[in-house]
Design a protein around this ligand. Structure first.
Ligand SMILES: C[S@@+](CC[C@H](N)C(=O)[O-])C[C@H]1O[C@@H](n2cnc3c(N)ncnc32)[C@H](O)[C@@H]1O
Length: 223
């Protein structure tokens, strides 16, 4: 897979190589960390839920790795990545540009989830964001994200597992090192309850262990 081929296999090694090439403007350590991400974060499991020519909103897009992967795979017709962190957005813009498919992608700095674009999307993603949000604000964050899902659209939610203890601990230590926070794991059952109550069906529920970490993936479709 190269940054501009428009197609790729779903092999983690290929994804890692793709991200390593794409983010060559980042400092060495960050570039290595980004390229290691496919080994711990199941991008390929998310990618398959994004239909061709989708209009995608990535909430808390960070440095834009997921959108870059989706752009390079030719899945996206239009996309918006939102984040609170301008530095991450600058990197995401650059990465998207380097995929050669960035015409219809925009990146937006938001101050709160209420500032997400007032629009409807085929797919709204929230990947490893909610555990960074203060517990009393998590419900609003999910509410604002799912409001942007269009008819029969998909809400793709990925976070870290609550159990077993040692995978949760690995996640806590990782976040302590890289973001200086001792995070509180998301209560996935509460997210499920909230999203279902808003008129979505749960179409896939996966617990995906990777190295020391545990990913919890929920795919909801608007009924
Ligand atoms: C662990 S990173 C994940 C980034 C990206 N989703 C990914 O999987 O590569 C968490 C991201 O959530 C963003 N974030 C945290 N709180 C946020 C908020 N209130 N609104 C939008 N983004 C937020 C952070 O700035 C960071 O980029």
């Amino acid at each position: 897979m190269s940054a501009s081929t428009g197609s790729f296999s779903f092999d983690r090694k290929d994804l890692s190589r793709f991200l390593f090439d794409l983010y060559d403007y980042e400092p060495k350590l960050l570039r290595k960390l980004i390229s290691a991400r496919p080994y711990v974060c199941p991008f390929e499991e998310m990618e398959r839920h994004v239909p061709a020519n989708a209009k995608v909103l990535d909430v808390g897009c960070g440095n834009g790795a997921l959108l870059a992967i989706l752009l390079a795979s030719g899945r996206i017709s239009e996309a918006t990545g939102c984040d609170v962190h301008e530095g991450a957005l600058a990197s995401a813009r650059k990465a998207a540009g380097r995929t050669g498919h960035s015409a219809d992608v925009s990146f937006l700095r938001i101050g709160s989830f209420a500032e997400l674009p007032d629009d409807c999307f085929d797919v709204v993603t929230m990947v490893d964001v909610l555990h960074h949000v203060a517990e009393p604000e998590r419900k609003t964050a999910v509410e604002e994200a799912i409001k942007r899902v269009g008819p029969a659209g998909v809400f793709l939610f990925k976070d870290m597992v609550e159990a077993p203890f040692w995978r949760r601990l690995a996640h806590n230590i990782d976040d302590l090192i890289f973001s200086g926070e001792w995070v509180k794991q998301v209560k996935t059952a509460e997210v499920e309850k909230q999203v279902r109550a808003a008129g979505f069906e749960l179409v896939e529920s996966l617990e995906i262990p990777r190295v020391f970490y545990g990913n919890t993936l929920r795919v909801f479709r608007k009924i």
